[in-house]
Design a protein around this ligand. Structure first.
Ligand code: NAD
Ligand code: DAU
Length: 341
């Protein structure tokens, strides 16, 4: 099978390429990536000469290019997106362009070159499309039946892209599936996201900026568990269906911060409480029963403390990678302070 992967030079995509090349010798991957601030060819430097991997530098908004590449592949896994909530609060436009228009462009390209709907399209989305959950109702979780209620410009743009993907299945009979997953962690995550930001700040001798009261909860999923689930959906999922992917691993930001501090031998004087993110979602939690019962998937690599500690160690061991990334386009936290003033 030859897969067109969009956004393969980012965090989740680069881990997907490495995972598939390592574990599945029956799969080839073509990576279409625009190399925005978060796309980094260094993320795949170790596999760039693998005969089963091809990189194409281009934008999902380029319909001719998308037609050509989809025509040469058997399936599409669509990960390319603007992905950071804080950036969407500063400027929502690139989010609407890449996430909404980009998804529609890809789907239109696929319609053109696959009129018989032989190919499969997996649209990788987020649990943030469901809005948030209260802290005092731990029994509540998101599932495939939860109504959409996105809160940030990022999640609104992802919700829009999910709706377009579902509509192309309903209207044109295309073999589209949507995945909604929780917070990923692991190697090669851009250091604007909380785990690599906090770990690399501590290595640099800087404090960690904890938003608000630190009680917000996320369901942490190891990136390789996520990618295994995406592949299961591609190979065994039902067209028109959506699948929630979670780590069974809910943690408050305070708990996460203390775990990172502990793994790095630091005390809580390294926490710098800062003003809260605008519209900050309180809690995300996933009920992944459908994936388990229908496709036989459940997370096996996400359990703490081992999974978090190995991720922290990866950043400690790869300072040359994140130092180059951080010295470039990274402005997340400081932009956020500007927005809050
Ligand atoms: P990322 O920001 O690390 O990577 C995004 C990649 O997409 C980059 O390589 C970038 O260059 C590329 N890209 C962006 N716009 C493009 C365009 N117009 N054309 C071509 N390429 C473009 O993001 P990530 O964390 O790896 O997320 C990947 C996908 O997973 C996104 O769709 C995101 O919404 C979704 N997701 C992420 C998480 C998470 O915790 N990181 C959780 C749930 C869902
Ligand atoms: O839930 C899935 C989503 O997870 C994905 O769709 C997004 O692409 C991904 O970025 C992530 O969104 P979050 O906003 O949850 O991730 P982030 O790492 O930005 O923040 C995680 C939590 O940590 C959140 O409650 C905000 C808090 N935080 C974040 C940063 C960057 C801080 O307290 N301080 C910070 O400096």
């Amino acid at each position: 099978m030859k897969i067109l992967l969009t956004g393969g030079s980012g965090f989740i995509g680069s881990n997907f390429v490495r995972y598939v090349l390592r574990d599945r010798d029956d799969i080839e991957v073509v990576n279409l990536d625009a190399l925005t601030y978060s796309g980094n060819p260094e993320n795949l430097a170790d596999v760039e000469n693998d005969p089963r991997y091809t990189f194409v530098h281009g934008n999902i908004l380029d319909i001719e290019l998308c037609r050509k590449l989809i025509g040469e592949c058997d399936a599409v896994i669509h990960m390319a997106a603007e992905s950071h909530v804080d950036r969407s609060i500063i400027d929502a436009r690139p989010f609407v362009e890449s996430n909404v228009l980009g998804t529609q462009t890809l789907l239109d390209a696929m319609r053109k070159v696959d009129p018989d709907n032989a190919k499969t399209f997996v649209h990788v989305s987020t649990d943030e499309v469901f809005g948030d959950l209260p802290l005092d109702r731990p029994e509540l979780k998101f599932s495939e039946a939860t109504p959409y209620a996105p809160s940030s410009p990022y999640s609104a743009s992802k919700a829009g892209s999910d709706m377009i993907a579902r509509a192309y299945h309903h209207t044109f009979g295309m073999k589209v599936m949507v995945t909604n997953c929780s917070n990923n962690f692991g190697p090669y995550q851009f250091p604007e996201k909380v785990i690599p930001l906090f770990v690399t700040n501590l290595i640099e001798g800087k404090k960690v900026p904890l938003y608000g009261d630190g009680r917000n909860v996320r369901d942490w999923l190891h990136v390789e568990d996520h990618n295994e689930a995406v592949l299961a959906v591609l190979e065994k999922g039902e067209p028109g269906e959506s699948y929630c992917i979670g780590g069974n691993n809910e943690r408050s930001n305070l708990e996460l911060t203390h775990a990172i501090l502990g793994a790095m031998g630091k005390d809580e004087s390294w926490i710098e409480p800062v003003k809260d993110r605008l519209g900050h979602d309180r809690r995300y939690a996933i009920d992944a029963t459908k994936l388990k019962t229908q496709l036989g998937w459940e997370p096996t690599r996400s359990a703490w403390p081992a999974a978090l500690e190995s991720t922290v160690k990866w950043y400690v061991d790869h300072a040359e990678w994140w130092k180059r990334v951080k010295s470039g386009a990274y402005r997340g936290y400081y932009e956020q302070q500007y927005v809050n003033r």
